[in-house]
Design a protein around this ligand. Structure first.
Ligand code: UTP
Length: 291
């Protein structure tokens, strides 16, 4: 039986080049889907899954993220004076308690594996979650919670996975799945980061939710460079096999890749259609532009 997952790491130190020029002076994770920044959805998912400690790996120019999760004294005072309870509730819905949130810096964006390694002292010796804000997941039960429900039985390293079109495998970490799949869990006998279509071992792709064993820090410490010259987390999973099993968890829900423009647009439309105050106006507009 593995330990309970109490801590989550949010790597937010990337450059977000696919959203330039917007991300020149604004963190990608603060891009807003309707009225909440991407990082809000990820932190909300972690909180709903029972996470108690929130560790952000930030970088230069990411201060807006720290301010967002802080108590805004001036704004609260003004809204309070105006008696605007609805806005006050919205502003304070996801303020993290003192001591519940910590920030560390990745000084250079050397890759996701390196960003996670930067959190090693804050995580310590216990399994932990990692959430990438670019992946916005809409589901009944939070995706991370779904993974936690299985993690206790398998341990090792785990990531949320989904089936992707064959021509898209070069954008993901891909599993070489072992044996017949039992339920939503699939064990990997190998993994490869961003394989070209002709060598991809499957179409089962890793997306941005992980539960990791703390032993991964020892592997990341070696700072092996992989695809794109970056320190890739998928390569660490591969090197830790077979001593540390890797499982993909096929979650229930819809994932939007908000790290690219098309995915971001789809998320905005899907969430608008799910809201009473925006559904009709969105549908009417879509009908009009279709004509
Ligand atoms: P991405 O590779 O999607 O983000 O990393 P990016 O590099 O910022 O985006 P592009 O490709 O230039 O547009 C997924 C997550 O990992 C973080 C990013 O901030 C993002 O939330 N990340 C990535 C780091 O924290 N450090 C890194 O070195 C790389």
């Amino acid at each position: 039986m593995t330990k309970r997952i109490r801590k989550a790491v949010f790597p937010v130190a990337g450059l977000g080049t696919r959203f330039l020029p917007a991300t020149k002076s604004m963190p990608k994770e603060m891009l807003t889907v309707i009225d909440k920044p991407l990082i809000y959805y990820a932190v909300e998912e972690a909180k709903k899954s029972g996470i108690e400690e929130f560790i952000f790996v930030t970088g230069r120019g990411k201060e807006a993220i720290e301010d967002f999760f802080d108590y805004s004294y001036e704004l609260n005072a003004i809204l309070g004076k105006r008696g605007n309870q609805e806005d006050l509730d919205a502003v304070n819905a996801l303020v993290l308690d003192p001591g519940q949130v910590v920030y560390t810096r990745q000084q250079e964006p050397l890759g996701l594996g390196h960003a996670i390694w930067c959190a090693r002292h804050l995580v310590g010796n216990e399994p932990f979650a990692v959430l990438l804000a670019d992946d916005l997941i809409v589901s009944k039960k939070p995706c991370l919670q779904q993974m936690m429900d299985f993690y206790g039985t398998v341990g090792g390293n785990m990531a949320a996975v989904m089936d992707v079109p064959k021509e898209s495998t070069s954008g993901y970490g891909i599993l070489d799945v072992e044996g017949p799949q039992k339920g939503p869990l699939m064990r990997a006998r190998g993994l490869v980061e961003k394989p070209s279509v002709d060598v991809a071992p499957s179409t089962t792709a890793i997306i941005g939710r992980y539960i990791l064993t703390p032993e991964i820090f020892g592997e990341l410490e070696k700072k092996h460079k992989g695809a794109g010259g970056e320190i890739q987390i998928t390569d660490a999973f591969q090197r830790m096999l077979p001593s540390y099993a890797f499982h993909g968890c096929a979650f229930e829900g819809e994932r939007f890749d908000c790290g690219n423009k098309a995915g971001f647009l789809k998320a905005t439309l899907a969430l608008s259609l799910a809201r009473d105050d925006l559904k009709n106006v969105t549908l009417e507009f879509m009908k009009r532009i279709k004509e």
